[in-house]
Ligand binder design. Structure first.
Ligand code: SAJ
Length: 420
């Protein structure tokens, strides 16, 4: 089949590439020419393991081509961003623009599949209305959300189960048949609105669970408990799966998707989801207040921030709680230097420095991302660079006793249990 994938971002590009690898003639479309140039030259703009080589392979074979506008095809797949506005309402403008571009070439008999995360009712609403307004009455429409985790995209794209919902049984069957060419997991068919809801619920589940962990992390020190130890033991129970606390929830999915439900039904009705968002959003302030208590004042203090990526071992700093922590520290009069070995300076809104430069003359270190390499920093080495030997680990990645034995004051988020 001839397939146009609209949006060559972190989902569209790998999706286009696996479809091309599995026998389809694929056109990858993006409105940004610099992205297309980058893909042609280097395969992938992100650091996603294995992706660049995979994309370069299908480009070389000719089964994947790139263009700045859609062309006539059998299937159109939209993989466009759906961020939230400043007032936390969904911004569907990219999807609307993508649909408008498809409509210039769309014909009866085609199929349109939406992968972008959207509020329940979008496929049957905005998307169907745009197709109808164009005068087409025989286009199959389906919602098939992506579920892959950055850092393991190529594997999860092919091996995870998928959920899909067509507006008609025929649309569902067509979508399932298409994705079956590369999805080895099961494909679960439902209606489009349920599929849209399922996607939001998956990420909201994680947000609520993390909020629970963060709430426990706030309470545990009052009782002299180390929450990491307590959660680890509780999770040995076969029916308990508490997530891990931290400085907040970053990335462009989990911290955003609950708002798509909250916006739909209102804060009063989505009480649990709203509360979870509030708890997780308050964590950067929690971290800064804890440090301020320890240092007396933050004014004039040099604080070394380790990790600006939103999570471990990836280079993506979007919505990272570390950035909020840096802002709050600055507001309190502190000076900050930040180090992240994964984040490229070109993608960073804050200036990044080397590890040594960041630690030099610091009054305190905060570990804000659990990159594995941060667990290997030598306390004696760091001790020669800093002014004040205070380390605050918000991700439980260091060995606290080793640091304490090397003469450091050690704070662990969520722990009030004294080190021996
Ligand atoms: N986090 C915690 N505690 C945890 C787990 C995560 O504080 O126990 C924090 C992380 O540090 C990070 C944030 O949450 O700041 C989100 O990280 P993540 O690894 O949980 O999720 P994402 O945003 O990278 O990817 C999620 C995934 N959703 C689920 O696992 C249900 C992924 O499968 C989705 O495809 C993706 O969102 C998406 O695009 O929606």
């Amino acid at each position: 089949m001839k397939i146009c994938v609209i949006g060559m971002g972190y989902i569209g590009l790998p999706t286009a590439a696996v479809l091309a690898k599995n026998g389809h003639e694929v056109l990858g479309v993006d409105v940004k020419p610099e992205i297309l140039e980058f893909i042609k030259e280097k395969g992938a703009p992100s650091e996603e393991p294995g992706l660049a080589e995979f994309v370069l392979g299908v480009l070389a074979s000719g089964s994947l081509k790139l263009a700045s506008a859609p062309e006539i095809a059998d299937v159109f797949i939209l993989c466009l961003p759906t961020p939230i506005n400043a007032d936390k309402t969904p911004d569907l403008s990219y999807v609307e623009k993508g649909m408008a571009s498809i409509l210039t070439v769309l014909q009866n008999g085609n199929m349109v599949i939406l992968e972008s995360t959207v509020p329940p009712g979008t496929t049957g609403g905005i998307v169907a209305d745009m197709v109808k307004a164009k005068g087409l009455d025989n286009v199959d429409l389906a919602f098939a959300p992506e579920r892959v985790i950055p850092g393991n995209i190529l594997n999860e794209l092919q091996n995870l189960d998928r959920v899909m919902g067509g507006l008609t049984p025929r649309a569902s069957a067509r979508a399932k048949e298409l994705y079956s060419c590369f999805v080895k997991g099961q494909i679960h068919i439902t209606d489009a609105t349920t599929a849209e809801f399922v996607k939001l619920v998956e990420n909201s589940y994680r947000d609520v669970n993390i909020a629970f962990a963060n709430e426990l992390a706030r309470l545990a020190p009052e009782m002299g408990i180390n929450i990491w130890e307590a959660i680890d033991i509780a999770n040995r129970h076969p029916r308990v799966n508490i997530h891990t606390p931290g400085p907040g929830v970053g990335g462009h999915c989990i911290a955003i998707d609950p708002y798509f439900i909250i916006d739909k039904v209102g804060v009063e009705k989505a009480r649990f989801l709203s509360l979870a968002r509030d708890v997780n959003s308050s964590m950067p302030q929690e971290v800064v207040s804890r440090l301020e208590k320890e240092l007396g004042t933050l004014a004039g203090k040099n604080i070394a921030i380790l990790g600006t990526a939103y999570k471990a071992n990836v280079g993506d700093p979007r919505e990272s709680p570390a950035l909020d922590i840096i802002e709050l520290l600055k507001e309190a009069g502190a000076k900050t230097l930040a180090h992240d070995p994964f984040v490229k300076p070109a993608n960073s809104s804050v200036q990044l420095t080397s590890l040594d430069e960041t630690l030099k003359n610091a009054d305190a270190i905060i570990i804000t991302t659990n990159h594995s390499v941060f667990g290997e920093i030598e306390p004696n080495y760091a001790g020669q660079l800093v002014t004040g030997k205070l380390i605050f680990d918000t991700k439980n990645i260091i060995k606290p006793q080793v640091w304490k034995d090397a003469g450091w004051r050690v704070l662990i988020l969520g722990s009030g249990k004294p080190l021996v």
